[in-house]
Design a protein around this ligand. Sequence first.
Ligand code: FES
Length: 108
Amino acid sequence: MAQIHVIQRDGSKRTIEAPEGEPLMEALRDENTGVEGTCGGTCSCGTCHVYVAGDWQGKAGGRSDEEDMMLEALEEYVELRPGSRLACRIEVSNALDGLEVEIAPPVE
Ligand code: FES
């Protein structure tokens, strides 16, 4: 398990446990942090958008072209930041123990 520090949409902070080898989206969704993951992790809904804290962006890996395209599609509705990621594209690992993410606003 990796500990993930989460800033929720209301500004409150929580620490959740996320199983290694699973997409971060699933832990955030299952812990009711505001992440919906409505596409089930197929990179097609954007409801798992999070902002990865600066120090962690390198460790969380790079964005794929598919992820970039989905984020670009969101840009019209929600602020993108350098740390914008789709949590379904981040695989939890030991290296991410202590990761800090903020849940992005919902797409409306
Ligand atoms: S869960 Fe739909 S894009 Fe990540």
